[in-house]
Design a protein around this ligand. Structure first.
Ligand SMILES: NC(=O)c1ccc[n+]([C@@H]2O[C@H](COP(=O)([O-])OP(=O)(O)OC[C@H]3O[C@@H](n4cnc5c(N)ncnc54)[C@H](O)[C@@H]3O)[C@@H](O)[C@H]2O)c1
Length: 343
């Protein structure tokens, strides 16, 4: 393997194009060798814009290409299981966006395939790489707030993605709150044992036909005795708002800010600053750092700090929250036992 991990990006939509652009110019240890998207003209246009020679509309061309070391899977979630399986069978290392798959059965199958083939798999829970969340993690682990006893997190999107995306996303708990489930487990150093999900459509009637909601709340209990709550919203009129608070026995840590930059404008009518508009702006550094970590792990043959196993646990929590929302009853989980009812 060369010094640079040769990556192919599969899926060039909202996030895939962003990852591809990052790989060309910002990610140390990796390079963009090829791009793929089945939508007519998309891969060709992306390759042209980014100065990449290799592009295709058929993912199999790259999954079977010996000149590719690793694939960055940014296709709709409903296609992840198939993409991961084919990539592992072809010996490609895998960076796949969250959620890992849409069902736990699929997750189990891809985890087995990853283990059998020995490829490295990292999943796109980028908050672990965000400098603010990473600093919170260091401080919690150093004991600065005592024992963490409550996690409060929210993820508010300025609007809803298109219906076509929502239909293949798994729903608000699985698509969106899953980021908070992951970072809560990571920061609290604990696993979830009980999940209650609540939700409603407040602003986007088309959610009804997608079987989804645009506002959700999850109450979590952890095996450490801690608890937490997670809000997800597609209804934030002011910007992309991602914040968290971790309360410990001797202090509390607040993560996140609304500020897009360090500029504050003062006039006779008051003071103002620009608010972060979207996830690409909020997590630019994290998206770069997670891919650098992936490249480093591939080079050294090491296990990433967020794997397919973490992703399956996060999915299990998301499925439990969805189930609880539908039945009105809390769902109990037994960490490490894939206990979700029905499996
Ligand atoms: N980590 C994050 O913060 C974050 C943010 C947004 C999206 N995501 C995840 O990224 C994935 C993609 O989301 P998106 O918003 O970019 O979706 P999108 O709908 O904007 O883009 C998906 C792209 O994949 C292409 N595609 C479909 N099938 C394909 C296939 N078989 N091979 C190659 N390309 C294929 C589509 O043509 C489309 O261009 C989802 O799993 C989503 O959950 C993660």
């Amino acid at each position: 393997m060369t010094d640079q991990i040769r990556c192919a990006v599969l899926g060039l939509g909202r996030l895939g194009f962003f990852h591809a652009k990052h790989l060309v110019s910002e990610v140390r240890g990796a390079e963009l060798a090829a791009v793929c998207d089945p939508m007519k003209g998309k891969a060709e246009a992306c390759a042209k814009e980014l100065g990449i020679a290799k592009w295709t509309e058929n993912p199999n061309d790259l999954l079977e290409d010996e000149a590719i070391d690793a694939v960055i899977i940014v296709t709709p979630t409903s296609t992840h299981a198939e993409m991961i399986t084919k990539a592992a069978e072809n010996g490609k290392h895998i960076f796949v966006e969250k959620p890992l798959t849409l069902s736990l059965e699929e997750s189990k199958e891809v985890m087995k395939k990853i283990e059998e083939t020995g490829v490295i798999c990292q999943v796109g829970f980028m908050r672990r790489f965000d400098p603010a969340y990473a600093d919170a993690k260091r401080r919690i682990d150093a004991g600065e707030i005592g024992n963490p006893i409550y996690y409060k997190g929210f993820t508010r999107d300025q609007g809803a993605p298109p219906a076509e995306f929502i239909k293949h996303s798994g729903g608000l708990f699985i698509d969106c709150s899953i980021h908070d489930y992951d970072i809560a487990r990571y920061l609290m150093n604990a696993e979830v044992t009980s999940v209650s999900g609540h939700g409603r459509i407040l602003k986007h009637p088309f959610m009804e036909e997608c079987g989804d909601v645009d506002q959700a709340l999850t109450y979590l209990e952890f095996d450490s005795g801690a608890a937490g709550d997670v809000e997800a919203s597609r209804n934030s009129p002011y910007g992309h708002d991602i914040r968290a608070e971790i309360i410990g026995t001797t202090g509390s840590i607040l993560v996140g800010t609304l500020r897009k930059s360090h500029v504050t404008v003062l006039t006779q009518s008051g003071s103002s600053y620009e608010i972060i508009p979207d996830f690409q702006a909020r997590f630019k550094d994290a998206y770069r750092l997670e891919l650098e970590h992936f490249a480093e792990c591939v080079k050294k043959g090491e296990t990433p700090i967020v794997t397919d196993v973490d992703a399956a646990i996060n999915l299990e929590i998301g499925i439990a929250a969805t189930e609880s929302f539908k039945t009105g009853r809390a769902v109990k989980l037994t960490p490490g036992a894939s206990s979700y009812a029905g499996l």
